[in-house]
Structures are given as structure tokens and as C-alpha cells.
Ligand binder design. Structure first.
Ligand code: ZN
Length: 465
């Protein structure tokens, strides 16, 4: 649904280490621009080293408070006004560039990175800050042309548009980013809707209708349609892989010769393909998620229509299993992230088939996925169903409860009640249905396990036929 943020590995000023994970996130087009600019700086003899990139709502609030209380000199606006919060701005160390700022401006321009000051004067405040505006530059232009007037500056409107499009709230646009996202999309798709204000008034509705979207549909489905149009118009803001291929083309010949050939197209196993139906076709236009994990899936991406799809081995998760203490999994935790309606009771890993998806929360929420959503899991041509029941480390994808592995024919409990702490072979497909969870299904274990089977089967049939 919302625009994705990707993890990036890039050097930081912090003891020469990579930028810390919570800051090392950005949009796909920013990722591409940063990698391109870093390569250019390097070939000119310098180094692109960052002091700041992504800031969450809370990190931005802290930066603002530090500025207000005089702890930090650099201006930092309150949350909702900085491109850092959208993964679309970075701050760099000017001293390691080993070039004049005006020369770095040329490199930046080549990669569509914009400085925030008017002239390249290295001594100026914010000389270190660069934005990747992407299509949100259109919102800047829209406000600069006076088509909206509820923001102090076109820049603030652009930042709000960029932030809300990652699924993060902007206070002035209301508590839910969805309507702001729809309006930002309308403006970027060329509609004139007056102010970007988080309210779908008559002008916004007219803009929706002008794009041939049913303006009486739910905000959710309007947003899904807008999202499709945005992905089509601005693919570089959604997909990393194509961007990488472009970057390869820019490399000097001597380097391209050692670059490995493009990875062969992903194919599910024959047995699994036999039950995938229409999904086999959807895979051809799926958008890969360019991120590395401890155990790299053969494929990880978003199918047209927004389902998350990955093909990998599954590791055992025993969290929430009441008898799990000391039974063989050192990582056992009595709690799962998803709870029943009493908000206390966790899912029993030995009774409920559940999958685990990586943290941070935005990894799933940016893709419209919430705890409690349903999934289909396919192994050797057998289809079974699961619920997104637990969150795990950011570098791990492909974990399943004891009951899910059992349903896949992989029993992990020994007769003596201890677990065999082993995962599966590679080649298991998981398809997650975003927004499919229903609060009522979390009444108790029998209700949930029944819903997993019935909803899972229904959604899978809908997707594959
Ligand atoms: Zn900055």
C-alpha cells in the first residue's frame, strides 16, 4: 500500500562503522541515488560518509527538542516537516568528500539529489543536507504555484507528502496516514484538489473520480487503486532491482566485466508451481524487495495486488508455547506479538500455525500487513494456512510455529516432549494476504484456528483462480 523503505549499508561518522540500522533506511530511489553518488565520490578519491539518514517520528521529535533546548545547533523541525522522516534526506560529512562542495553538487545533481541551501558554501548551516525529492517534488511545485496554501512553505508540504506516503502519520494531516497518502497521490498524479489536509472533501473526491477510481469506495480501496497508479508512474520509487541494473550500466567497462551476470529469473519448484495457479503468472510482474537476510529467500517480493510472497526455508519458532521453557529452543519466549482479544494471552506455537515476519513494524505496515493477517504456506505441493502471529529480528525472514511445521509434515516435537530445533529445507512458499485479519477471529484459540483454515483457503482460492 504505502511506498516502501529499504535497508541500506553505508558508512557513517560513528567510529567509521556502518550507519546504525534504525537510521539506515531510505526509499528505493534514494538508495539508488546514494549508491550512485557514493561510487562517484569514491572514484574521485573521496568518501561519502553519512551522519544521518532516516528518522522515525520519535527520533525527529528528539532532534527538534534538542534544537529547541539549545543542545544542538542545527535546525530541526518538529515531526512532520523533515524529509529525513520519509527516508528522503541525508546529512554527510563534508570533510571526507575530498572535493569542493560545488563539485559534490554536480555529482548530487547527476543523481537527482538536491541541496537544501542556495549556494555551495561549505561553511553554511545545512550545507551537509541533501534531499531526494522524487515525485514529491511535484507537491513542492504545486504549493509553489499557489494551488494549496495550508503549509508555511512548499518544502513543508513536500515533506508531509513524502512522510505520509511511507505510512507514517503527519499530525497536521490527522492520526491516520491513509487519507493524506491518497491526497498526496492525487497531486502527484496531476489532480488539483486544493489543500493537502488529510480530509477527502469534494475536490479530492472529484480528483479520485477523474482517475476513474470509484470515489464512493472505502478509503482503503481508493488508496490501493492510487497506489497502483503511483507504482506505474514512478516505478523507481517502489522497486530497487531495476534501479540496480541501471546503475550497473553506468559503471566503467573494466568493472562491468567482473560483475556477475544478472540473477536468473526465479522459478518455484515444479511441485509448488502445480498448485500456484494464477500466481505463477503474477510472479512475472512481482516487485522484488531488495533486502538481505541471514538466510536469503530464493525470492522475496510483492505480487501485483499487494500480497507478500517469499520462497525460503522455514526455521522453528516455539514462542508462546506454554511448556516451552528449557525444552530445546534457547530463544523461547512465553509471549508472541499477536494476542487474543484479552490482550494478554499469546498464541501457543504448539497449537496455532503461525508465521513470523521481521521487525521493524514498518517493514510490514508499509506493505499493508498487520499481525493477525492470514497466509498460505506451500511445501512439496501441499497447501496449508497460517496467521502472522509473531515478529522477529530485522535480519530474519522465514520462521514458523511448531504447529505450522507439523501441518507441513515436519514434526519437531520428540515423544519426550523436547523440540528438535531444526528448520526445513529451502523451497517453502509463503504468501501473506495484507489486511485479511479480523479482530473477531481473535476471540480464542478454537475461533482463530478455524478462521485460519477457512479464511486462508478462501483467500488462496481467490488469488490462484
Ligand atoms: Zn538533514
Amino acid at each position: 500500500m504505502f511506498g516502501p523503505l529499504e535497508d541500506i549499508k553505508i558508512k557513517s561518522i560513528y567510529h567509521g562503522a556502518d550507519l546504525p540500522k534504525n537510521m539506515a533506511r531510505c526509499t528505493p530511489d534514494m538508495l539508488n541515488a546514494l549508491q550512485g553518488a557514493a561510487a562517484d565520490v569514491k572514484s574521485a578519491g573521496g568518501e561519502l560518509i553519512l551522519s544521518d539518514l532516516y528518522r522515525s517520528y520519535d527520533m525527529q521529535l528528539q532532534a527538534h527538542l534538542d534544537y529547541v533546548t539549545g543542545k544542538k545547533k542545527a535546525f530541526s523541525p518538529p515531526p512532520g516537516g523533515s524529509m529525513h522522516e520519509a527516508g528522503r534526506a541525508f546529512d554527510l560529512d563534508l570533510s571526507t568528500l575530498k572535493m569542493k562542495l560545488s563539485d559534490f553538487w554536480k555529482i548530487a545533481a547527476k543523481h537527482q539529489l538536491q541541496p537544501i541551501i542556495d549556494t555551495p558554501s561549505a561553511g553554511a548551516l545545512e550545507a551537509w543536507h541533501f534531499d531526494c525529492r522524487g515525485s514529491h517534488g511535484l507537491v513542492y511545485d504545486y504549493y509553489a504555484a499557489g494551488k494549496g496554501d495550508n503549509f508555511a512553505k512548499p518544502y513543508t508540504a513536500m515533506a508531509a507528502s513524502a512522510i505520509v506516503s511511507t505510512g507514517v502519520k503527519v499530525d497536521t494531516l490527522g492520526g491516520d496516514p491513509l487519507t493524506g497518502f491518497v491526497q498526496s497521490g492525487l497531486i502527484r498524479l496531476g489532480q488539483e484538489i486544493g489543500d493537502l489536509d488529510g480530509r477527502l472533501g469534494p475536490k479530492s473526491r472529484a480528483g479520485i473520480a477523474a482517475l476513474e477510481i470509484d470515489s464512493d469506495a472505502s478509503a482503503q480501496s481508493i488508496a490501493a487503486e492510487i497506489d497502483k497508479l503511483l507504482q506505474k508512474k514512478f516505478p523507481q520509487e517502489y522497486f530497487v532491482e531495476g534501479a540496480h541494473e541501471l546503475a550497473l550500466a553506468d559503471l566503467p567497462i573494466s568493472l562491468t566485466t567482473v560483475v556477475p551476470a544478472v540473477r536468473p529469473a526465479y522459478e518455484p519448484s515444479q511441485a509448488n508451481k502445480a498448485v500456484l495457479g494464477k500466481v505463477a503468472d503474477l510472479l512475472k510482474t512481482a516487485a522484488p524487495i531488495g533486502q538481505s537476510f541471514a538466510l536469503q529467500p530464493a525470492f522475496l517480493g510483492i505480487l501485483p495486488g499487494q500480497c507478500l510472497y517469499f520462497d525460503c526455508e522455514l526455521q522453528l519458532d516455539t514462542d508462546g508455547w506454554p511448556e516451552g521453557k528449557g525444552k530445546g529452543d534457547d530463544d523461547w519466549d512465553p509471549k508472541t506479538s499477536l494476542k487474543y482479544v484479552d490482550r494478554k494471552t499469546s498464541l501457543n506455537a504448539n497449537a496455532v500455525p503461525y508465521i513470523v515476519l521481521p521487525l521493524p513494524k514498518s517493514w510490514t505496515s508499509n506493505r499493508g500487513i498487520s499481525l493477525g493477517d492470514y497466509a498460505a504456506v506451500i511445501h512439496k505441493g501441499n497447501v496449508t494456512f497460517a496467521v502472522f502471529g509473531d515478529e522477529g529480528p530485522a535480519d530474519k525472514i522465514g520462521e514458523a510455529s511448531i504447529q505450522l511445521l507439523r501441518a507441513l509434515g515436519e514434526e519437531r516435537l520428540k515423544p519426550n516432549g523436547r523440540v528438535i530445533n531444526a528448520g526445513t529445507e529451502p523451497g517453502i512458499i509463503t504468501i501473506v494476504f495484507p489486511g485479511s485479519g479480523r479482530a473477531a477471529d481473535l476471540k480464542d484459540q478454537p475461533t482463530l484456528t478455524a478462521a485460519i483454515q477457512s479464511e486462508g483457503a478462501r483467500l488462496f482460492k481467490e488469488l490462484t483462480t
